[in-house]
Design a protein around this ligand. Structure first.
Ligand code: 13P
Length: 252
């Protein structure tokens, strides 16, 4: 089955309002009318509305880097699914390794966020990935299976149309050390097999699995060419118009 490639930029805790809007304007100019590839950017929460307004009328959609699973109330510092939709987001990124390992988000919390986001009508990029010591201890698939399976607990088959998985080996994030296309492909194929078991073959074949971790203009094409790699979740290289544009063009 031909899955449409999906390339997303996770800006993490970077940019200012001015540089974020300039980045969005630059991307609008270079890749804003591309429809053969799905495109999204994930700016910091405080800039979401401005970036969504900047990108309005282009093919580039906007998502939030995280959210909380409650609707409203006494949750100081958090924002809800409804709030991020209110400022123009179609997507939310959940389960990113920095949320797991820097902020201590558990599988259970991530599962609750996934369920809430989907129920609210958001599309989800669900990230998973093993630490270097887990890979070295031959636990790569155990970890990714546990993370994906627990995050999707209670997610109905029909809702999977709104879920993209992002495999991001933690040892490859921001390190310049990309997984080789074969290393990534191996895990992507296993994740797809897991989805076939959790749902069915058709759902597994229809679900996009992005690769993330030091994707750059120079390695994007070989990664995206692999059978089970359906695009990328880009960190550092998504902050430069030239680099993100080149990565998106590598997907064409
Ligand atoms: P880098 O592309 O900077 O390695 O980051 C990947 C990532 O974590 C995207 O979510």
């Amino acid at each position: 089955m031909a899955r449409k490639i999906f390339v997303a930029g996770n800006w993490k805790m970077n940019t200012t309002i001015a540089s974020g809007v300039a980045l969005a304007n630059g991307l609008k100019e270079t890749i804003g009318s591309i429809s053969e590839v799905d495109l999204a950017v994930f700016p910091p929460h405080v800039y979401l509305k401005s970036i969504a307004e900047t990108l309005a009328g282009s093919q580039i959609t906007v998502g939030a880097q995280t959210m909380y699973f409650e609707e409203k109330g006494a949750f100081t510092g958090e924002i809800s699914a409804e709030m991020i939709q209110d400022v123009g987001c179609q997507y939310v990124l959940l389960g990113h390794s920095e949320r797991r390992h820097v902020f201590g988000e558990t599988d259970d919390v991530i599962n609750r966020k996934v369920l809430k986001a989907l129920a609210a009508g958001l599309k989800v990029i669900l990230a998973c990935g093993e630490l270097l010591e887990e890979r070295e201890a031959d636990k790569t698939m155990d970890v990714n299976e546990r993370q994906v399976k627990s995050a999707l607990e209670g997610v109905e088959e029909a809702a999977m149309a709104n879920v993209t998985i992002a495999y991001e080996p933690v040892w490859a994030i921001g390190t310049g050390k990309t997984a080789s296309p074969d290393q990534a492909q191996e895990v992507h194929a296993e994740i797809r097999k897991l989805l076939a078991g959790l749902y069915d073959e058709e759902t597994a074949q229809a679900t996009r699995i992005q690769y993330g971790g030091s994707v750059k203009p120079g390695n994007a094409a070989e990664l995206f060419a692999m059978d089970d790699i359906d695009g990328g979740l880009i960190g550092g290289a998504s902050l430069k118009v030239e680099d993100f544009t080149a990565i998106v063009k590598a997907a064409l």
